[in-house]
Design a protein around this ligand. Structure first.
Ligand code: ZN
Length: 508
C-alpha cells in the first residue's frame, strides 16, 4: 500500500488492516505446522523450521512495531474509545495487552529463549529415553531463570507464578487455584481410595483384541458428524500426538491416532479433538479477520474437549445409542457386551503414573501435583535438582504409587522443556468449567439426557454455540462462566458429577 492510500485511512482502519495481516500470517503458519505434524518429509524439516522462523518473526515484528504502538495509543484515547464497537474495543484491549507484554522483552533475550527451548526439547527427549534427569537439569535451570526475568519485566502480579498463570487463563490467581485444587483434593483423593478398595471392578476384557483401522476411522467420522462437526469446514487426519487446529472459522482440522489393539484411543481422542473443533468452527463470523476468532483461554478450550469426551462420550446414555453401531463396525468382536458393561468398562479408575493414560477421575490429581510443584518452583524457589524427590513424594501422597524411575515420573511431560509453566492447570480447569456448564445445560435443556441417548447431539452443540463458541475471545473466561451459571467457577460441580458417576459404577 502506498503512503497516499495509508494517509486516507483512519487509525481504526489501519489497525484493522494490520490485525488482518497478522491473522493471515497466523493462518499460513498454522497450515505449515499442520503439515509438519501430519507427515511432512523428515528431510525437509530443517529448512521448513527456518521458513517458519522467518514468517513468525515477520508476524512478531508487525505486532510489536512502533506503528502498532502509535495506533494503539490513538485508539486508547477516550474520544476514540467511545466510538469503537464492542468488537473493536475488545480487539484494542487484547492487542494492547499483547503489545505491552512483547515490547517488554528485549529481542536478544527472546531469541536466546527460543533457541534454548528448542534445544531443550531434544534434550528432554533424550533424558526421558535414558532416564537421565541430571542431563536435563541444566536446561530446566536456564528456562526457569529466563522465565523469572520475563516475570520481572512483565511485572509480578501478587506472586511470580500468578504472572505465568495469567498467560493461559487471564484473570486466574493462585489464591483461586489453591481453593479449587484444595477442594478437589479433599473430595477426589478419598473417592479414588474408596474405588481402589471396592470389590466391584468393571470387566474390561472385551476392550482387548485387534480392531480394524478402517472401521475405527469410519466410526470416528460417524460420531463427529453426529456431534455437528462440519466436514466442509474441516478434515480428519492422523498424527502421533492428536491435536485440533483452527486455521480459520472455515478450516478447523483435527487429527487422531488409531491403535490396532486399543479401540478407546482413537474413539475418545477423536471426540476430544472434535470438542475443540466445534468451538473454533462456531465462532461468530464477524470476528473473522481478527485475533479474537479463537478460544478465549486454554481452560475454556479444554472444557469443550473434555465435556464432549467425558461427560457426553463416556456416559451410559451415549453408549445405549452408539454401542449397536460400534458392534456393526466390528462384527463378532463385541457381541455379548451390554451398554451397561461397556459403559463400566470404559470408565475404569486405576491410579497410574502417567498423566496422559489417566482416567477421568485421577487425571485431576496428576494436574494438582503439577500445579503445586510449579508454584514451589516460582514462589518458593524449589531447586530444580530436587524435583524428582518432590514429585515422587506427591505421587505417593495423592495416588498411593511411586514411579520406579524419572522417565515415568518427573520427565514424562514435554511442557516444561518448552517453558510452558502455568499451562497444566488448564486441564483441570477445563473439567471444572465443563461440569459447571453441563449442570446448567441439563436445566435449560430438560430433555438433554434423552436426546443424548437418542444420538441427538445437536441441541447441546447449539446451546454451547450460543453460550460459549460464538464469542471466541470477545468474552473473558470468567465472564463466560458467570453468564452461563450466574456464579464464578466452582469445583463442586465436578466433584458432584464424579462422585455420582463412580459411586454408581463401583457400587460405593
Ligand atoms: Zn485438549
Amino acid at each position: 500500500m502506498s503512503t497516499a492510500d495509508t494517509a486516507t485511512l483512519s487509525p481504526l482502519q489501519r489497525f484493522r488492516e494490520r490485525i488482518n495481516q497478522i491473522k493471515q500470517y497466523e493462518e499460513i503458519l498454522g497450515v505449515v505446522y499442520w503439515d509438519m505434524r501430519t507427515g511432512a518429509p523428515r528431510k525437509g524439516i530443517e529448512l521448513r523450521s527456518e521458513a517458519v522462523g522467518a514468517l513468525s518473526s515477520e508476524s512478531f515484528k508487525l505486532s510489536t512495531s512502533d506503528e502498532m504502538g502509535e495506533l494503539l495509543a490513538k485508539l486508547n484515547e477516550p474520544e476514540l474509545q467511545a466510538e469503537l464497537s464492542e468488537i473493536d474495543r475488545r480487539l484494542v484491549a487484547e492487542t494492547s495487552k499483547e503489545y505491552e507484554r512483547n515490547r517488554k522483552i528485549p529481542p536478544e533475550l527472546y531469541r536466546e529463549y527460543v533457541v534454548l527451548t528448542s534445544q531443550a526439547e531434544s534434550a528432554w527427549e533424550e533424558a526421558k529415553e535414558n532416564n537421565d534427569f541430571a542431563g536435563f537439569v541444566p536446561y530446566l535451570e536456564k528456562i526457569i531463570a529466563i522465565n523469572r526475568q520475563f516475570i520481572e519485566l512483565w511485572g509480578v502480579k501478587t506472586t511470580p507464578y500468578d504472572t505465568l498463570l495469567d498467560m493461559y487463563e487471564p484473570g486466574l490467581t493462585t489464591v483461586e487455584l489453591d481453593r479449587l485444587f484444595g477442594e478437589l483434593r479433599a473430595r477426589l483423593v478419598p473417592l479414588a481410595e474408596q474405588i481402589a478398595n471396592s470389590s466391584n471392578k468393571p470387566n474390561t476384557s472385551f476392550l482387548e483384541g485387534t480392531f480394524d483401522k478402517e472401521a475405527q476411522k469410519k466410526f470416528s467420522k460417524l460420531i463427529l458428524k453426529d456431534m455437528g462437526y462440519d466436514f466442509e469446514a474441516g478434515r480428519l487426519d492422523e498424527s502421533v500426538h492428536p491435536f485440533a487446529t483452527g486455521l480459520s472459522i472455515g478450516d478447523v482440522r483435527i487429527t487422531t491416532r488409531y491403535l490396532p489393539d486399543d479401540i478407546t484411543s482413537a474413539l475418545f481422542g477423536t471426540i476430544h479433538e472434535g470438542g475443540h473443533a466445534l468451538y473454533e468452527q462456531n465462532i461468530n463470523p464477524e470476528l473473522a479477520r481478527t485475533t479474537l476468532s479463537t478460544g478465549t483461554s486454554m481452560g475454556i478450550h479444554e472444557s469443550q474437549s473434555r465435556l464432549w469426551e467425558n461427560i457426553v462420550g463416556r456416559s451410559l446414555g451415549f453408549w445405549t445409542r452408539y454401542l449397536p453401531d460400534l458392534k456393526e463396525h466390528f462384527p463378532g468382536q463385541l457381541d455379548g457386551v451390554t451398554a451397561e458393561e461397556f459403559y463400566r468398562g470404559i470408565n475404569v479408575v486405576q491410579p497410574s503414573l502417567i498423566r496422559i493414560e489417566a482416567d477421568e477421575l485421577t487425571y485431576n490429581l496428576h494436574i494438582m501435583i503439577r500445579y503445586e510443584i510449579e508454584k514451589m518452583l516460582f514462589n518458593e524457589n524449589l531447586n530444580p535438582r530436587d524435583l524428582p524427590e518432590v514429585w515422587n513424594k506427591k505421587y505417593s501422597e495423592a495416588l498411593g504409587i511411586t514411579p520406579d524411575n524419572d522417565s515415568e515420573g518427573v520427565l514424562q511431560d514435554v511442557h516444561w522443556s518448552g517453558g510452558a509453566f502455568g499451562y497444566f492447570p488448564s486441564y483441570s480447569l477445563g473439567n471444572m468449567y465443563g461440569a459447571q456448564m453441563m449442570d446448567v445445560a441439563r436445566r435449560k435443556l430438560p430433555h438433554l439426557d434423552d436426546q443424548i441417548a437418542a444420538g441427538q447431539l445437536l441441541p447441546l452443540k447449539e446451546w454451547l454455540t450460543e453460550q460459549v463458541y460464538q464469542y471466541g475471545k470477545l468474552l473473558q473466561p470468567a465472564e463466560i462462566i458467570e453468564r452461563i451459571s450466574g456464579k464464578p467457577l466452582q469445583s463442586s460441580y465436578l466433584c458432584d458429577y464424579l462422585e455420582n458417576k463412580y459411586r454408581e459404577i463401583y457400587r460405593l
